[in-house]
Design a protein around this ligand. Structure first.
Ligand SMILES: [Fe+2]
Length: 316
């Protein structure tokens, strides 16, 4: 039995890596067509995954372009995914989020409007919605029941893309609601493991937990080994042997390393903007009386986090 890990890797901004991994051919025997689209502005990777038999497909973690300087959004990245789907004769069935991202806006809402495809995310997103509703002091009219997505997936739940079965693994740590999608011999592991020489994702956002992250990584590394090689790809075997934060490590050492490193990382520049959109299923806030939409930035809700190592007493 073989198993490989595809990783969404940013060569220039390794902290923004996202990991997708071809996982278990044993799951369905299907080897899906996987195309990664790198978003240079945020260092994130979006995927189009297709069932090679039926040509039905899913988009994973699409990006809505956002320019923080001008406060403007555009859909160039998401439209690129749609063009790829059209050019390859694919039918889009699913738009999937692995977790509410802190480093970019999600284009899930836009793509839903454009295609009518079903949307999905891990069911624990409702806990993040409640947590962040308090940070943003959002009115009660803002739903915190996950109704912004068509499907909320529980750990172990299965669904299909074409004839290809998808298995959902709850993968908390980086966020409390993160999930991994295992499709045929590919698994999309979100921000958990980066390429081996870059280590692991941070776990210090609200709801994050370094110990949970370690346990999630162990679960992922129990998938069988594989030997596929591609952009943003590594193998379970390579992660076990070479991952900077995982090899020769145990849970308590990892938690210490991860926690100390996270204390020195600045908050992602777009986090407070992005989560308002991403926890609403990739939709911008509703327009106000002038027809314009506004983001809220809570002031001093995170007194030290955004200073990234400038806190007195912190060593770089
Ligand atoms: Fe993330």
């Amino acid at each position: 039995m073989t198993n490989a890990i595809f990783e969404s890797v940013s060569a220039t901004r390794p902290d923004r890596l996202q990991l997708a991994s071809p996982a278990t051919a044993a799951d369905t025997g299907v080897s899906p067509d996987v195309t990664g689209f790198y978003d240079e502005a945020t260092g994130s990777v979006q995927y189009v995954v297709a069932d090679p038999v039926t040509r039905k497909s899913a988009i994973i973690d699409p990006v809505l372009d956002f320019d923080p300087r001008s406060g403007s959004t555009r859909t160039t990245s998401a439209d690129r995914l749609l063009k790829h789907i059209e050019a390859h004769g694919l039918t889009l069935e699913w738009i999937l989020d692995t977790h509410p991202h802190a480093d970019h806006f999600s284009a899930t809402g836009y793509l839903k409007d454009m295609t009518g495809a079903s949307t999905g995310i891990g069911e624990r997103v409702v806990e993040m919605q409640r947590l962040w509703k308090a940070f943003y002091n959002l009115p009660d009219s803002v739903p915190v029941d996950g109704s912004q997505w068509d499907r909320l997936f529980a750990d172990g739940e299965r669904f299909t893309v074409g004839e290809m079965e998808v298995r959902v693994l709850l993968s908390p740590g980086h966020t409390l609601s993160s999930v991994t999608y295992v499709m045929g011999n590919a698994a999309f592991v979100h921000d958990t493991l980066f390429m081996p020489d870059s280590g692991t994702a941070r776990a210090d956002f609200p709801g994050g937990d370094a110990r949970q992250l370690w346990r999630t990584i162990q679960r992922i590394l129990q998938l069988p080994s594989d030997t596929r090689h591609a952009c943003w790809e590594s193998t379970v075997a390579a992660q076990r042997a070479h991952n900077l934060h995982v090899k020769n490590c145990d849970e308590s050492k990892f938690v210490k390393l991860r926690t100390e490193r996270d204390r020195r990382l600045p908050m992602p520049a777009l986090m407070l903007s992005a989560l308002q959109v991403n926890l609403a299923g990739g939709r911008l806030p509703p327009p106000e009386s002038d027809g314009r939409r506004y983001l809220k930035i809570p002031l001093n809700a995170f007194p030290y986090a955004s200073w990234g190592g400038s806190e007195p007493g912190l060593k770089k």
